[in-house]
Design a protein around this ligand. Structure first.
Ligand code: SF4
Length: 322
């Protein structure tokens, strides 16, 4: 029987799952994904994780809990840096340790260290380290990764060209109103923790666009317009996506989904809100944690969309900021 590798459906899963699944499959492993986040996953995550953690980290623990008795390994990479001179949030860096210290009865955790702040050399080490759980041949490991990488690049390319949806959200310009849905990928695309906000907007006849639908060269170019370099990689994407779509006058409003207590979000939201004021683009923040109720989210979305419609129809696009 093939070794079963569990991939928790949380955190960087939303950015790299195609790459990881293909890599393990190419190595002869069998990948097992945890299900979409649901009430049970959330409750188990909240129970297992420290109170101070943000919601996506708690949810991640719930996904690990689902997998732990079903697999031989659980894949939890330690993301320190994905780009030169940039960093990830400390919670990404410490994720394997948090899980190990919070939960009992875990299988072997595969936790390669991804630290590309100085050079790409550590990526090779991370790939070899991971592949060694399946084969001793470095050549086979690197070949398996290269093949997975090729398919991953094709997948990303197709998203950027609007030919495939990203986590169920497709790029559709046939709507009179376009909303930019912003936030960390694990908040934007986890439909349970954000209460299906993309579908709620679409059901109201609104087009939804996300920063991940824009190519990296574009988001990095716009992020570089900040007076000080943005040193968080997720921040580059979020800021760059917001600035690009505001500057190109593509969107009618922006909704930012933020995790309660997230330090990175508090900086990003402030910078984006200032830019939104400059461009007179309505901006709404939805803060989520395990206590967030759906009724409150629905009311906020309805009020926001009503305001956009009135503004377009009756008020000649006057400022929403006074
Ligand atoms: S960036 Fe914010 S939401 Fe993401 S893991 Fe860190 S604290 Fe949590």
């Amino acid at each position: 029987m093939n070794d079963r590798v569990g991939i928790p459906r949380g955190m960087f899963y939303y950015d790299y799952h195609i790459l990881w699944e293909d890599f393990f499959n190419n190595l002869g492993g069998e990948t097992i994904l945890s299900p979409r986040t649901n009430k049970d996953v959330l409750n188990k995550g909240v129970h297992a994780c420290v109170d101070e953690a943000c919601l996506p980290v708690k949810v991640f623990h719930g996904h690990v809990d689902y997998l732990k008795d079903k697999v031989d390994y659980i894949f939890i990479p330690r993301f320190i840096s994905i780009y030169r001179k940039e960093y990830c949030c400390p919670k990404h860096l410490g994720l394997p340790d948090m899980v190990r210290h919070s939960m009992d009865g875990l299988p072997q955790i595969i936790d390669p260290k991804v630290d590309l702040k100085k050079s790409n050399r550590s990526l090779r080490e991370a790939i070899i380290y991971t592949g060694r759980y399946f084969t001793k041949s470095s050549r086979n490991i690197l070949r398996a990764f290269d093949q997975a990488q090729d398919r991953f690049q094709e997948h990303i390319h197709a998203i950027h060209h609007g030919s495939i949806p990203i986590h169920g959200i497709d790029f559709d310009t046939d709507h009179p109103l376009q909303i930019l849905l912003l936030g960390h990928s694990y908040n934007t695309y986890d439909q349970y923790i954000n209460m299906g906000i993309a579908n709620k907007l679409k059901a109201k006849g609104v087009g939804v666009i996300t920063a991940e639908m824009l190519d990296t060269a574009t988001t990095r170019y716009y992020a570089s317009k900040l007076s000080k370099r943005m040193f968080w990689t997720h921040g580059q994407k979020i800021i760059g996506g917001a600035f690009a779509l505001m500057d190109e006058e593509f969107i009618d409003g922006t909704v930012y989904i933020s995790s309660f207590g997230c330090g990175m979000d508090s900086v990003l939201m402030e910078l984006i809100e200032r830019r939104a004021k400059e461009y007179q683009i309505p901006f709404m923040i939805l803060t989520i944690d395990e206590q967030t109720g759906e009724a409150g989210i629905n009311t906020r979305i309805e009020a926001f969309l009503d305001m956009l419609e009135w503004r377009n129809r009756d008020e000649d696009n006057i400022s929403t900021y006074g």
